[in-house]
Design a protein around this ligand. Structure first.
Ligand code: AMP
Length: 348
């Protein structure tokens, strides 16, 4: 495994790999790697000839008062994990390599050129964290520009980010295929995140309230609830019941536009952001709303919950909950049944 610190080295290596016909897999990360990141690496490993992982805590995507300074870092530990995972190249640039002009977390306007993906950047995470997605899109565009033709792997865990990057790659004509990968979870449903290490013991136990709320909300959608408000109220109630958590937003949205529809139909995404102690966590889950005919069959008891196997609609490798028990009762409930349908539909 070769560790690169200079952007020109990365560009040169990527070009020579492409010239010799290698399919390059790119996995951008902010480090402090866990099994979620490694699942992206594994997928890249199986689908590509050479795997490039990047580790960069990008100051531009952190707002004022956010956790840039305390974001967990362990580059040596990360390199050992990546070596074990069979990665070929790891790019660990300095801030100066990525940003020729000085930039700092929480300071906007420090760099003249940024990438703004209008619309999607303004919703949910974008509204909660002004400037965040501009920082994300800018750094990912730089990585795409350096690496060139590749398959780039991103997690469903950051679903809005995944949609945004897919959109940016398309709009800016990057020769990059953006691949979405399923969320990896702890046995109690908590989505793996580098930030989880900052949770105290009681906060860690409380943190599974996010996945519990998503699971219950998704179950309602699967049972035929089509009113976004009712699903959101259920999610809110569950989070309210956890004293260590404070909800920032919970929503039931169209999986393609992230807007709240009048009625939940087709691909639905339930999204949530909450603080547990001082740690801000996000999570989401995909669910396919049953058709009216299916709902009436569910109500008559002649149809279970919707089956995913024969559907082609999921925008990413969505998580669909099928026949799970009580929230929290079945540890892997949120992971549920995953469909492996390829992205085969244009964004609306
Ligand atoms: P980060 O280091 O948090 O920027 O994450 C780097 C990549 O790993 C992003 O594409 C994330 O969506 C993805 N990722 C983070 N957590 C998970 C998880 N629990 N399961 C799958 N992918 C994840």
């Amino acid at each position: 495994m070769q560790v690169l610190e200079r952007s020109d080295e990365l560009a040169e290596i990527a070009q020579s790999l492409q010239r010799s016909g290698n399919r390059v897999g790119l996995v951008p990360t902010m480090g402090f790697l866990h099994r979620g990141h490694l699942s992206l690496v594994e997928r890249a490993r199986t689908e590509c000839d050479s795997v490039v992982v990047t580790i960069f805590v990008n100051p531009l995507q952190f707002g004022e008062g956010e956790d840039f300074d305390v974001y967990p870092r362990d580059v040596q530990g990360d390199l050992t994990k990546l070596e074990d995972a069979g990665v070929d190249f790891v790019f660990v640039p300095t801030v100066e390599q990525m940003y020729p002009e000085p930039v700092a977390a929480g300071v906007s306007g420090a760099t003249a050129t940024t990438v703004l993906v209008r619309g999607i950047s303004e919703l949910w995470e974008g509204a909660s964290r002004p400037g965040h997605f501009e920082g994300v899109a800018t750094v990912v565009a730089k990585l795409f520009a350096l690496v060139g033709r590749c398959r780039a792997y991103f997690g469903d865990k950051d679903y809005q980010q995944l949609l945004l990057i897919r959109r940016m790659a398309r709009d800016l004509l990057f020769p990059v295929e953006v691949v979405g990968c399923s969320t990896i979870r702890e046995p109690d449903g908590l989505a793996l995140s580098s930030r989880n290490v900052r949770l105290s013991g009681p906060e860690r136990r409380a943190a599974c309230v996010l996945s519990r709320a998503l699971l219950d909300g998704a179950r309602d959608v699967q049972s035929g609830e089509t009113r976004p408000r009712s699903v959101v109220e259920k999610m809110q109630r569950i989070v309210l019941g956890e004293p260590l958590a404070s909800l920032e937003y919970a929503a039931a949205v169209d999986a393609w536009t992230l807007e709240v529809p009048e009625k939940l139909v087709g691909d639905v995404r339930l999204i949530i952001a909450a603080r547990v102690g001082s740690v801000r966590l996000i999570d989401n889950v995909g669910v396919i709303a049953p058709t009216t005919a299916e709902v009436s069959r569910i109500q008559q008891g002649t149809f279970g919950v919707c089956s995913v196997e024969d559907r082609e609609l999921e925008p990413v490798e969505a998580t669909v909950l099928v026949g799970v028990g009580q929230a929290g009762e079945q540890a892997s409930g949120v992971a549920g049944v995953k469909s492996n349908h390829q992205v085969n539909r244009q964004e609306r």
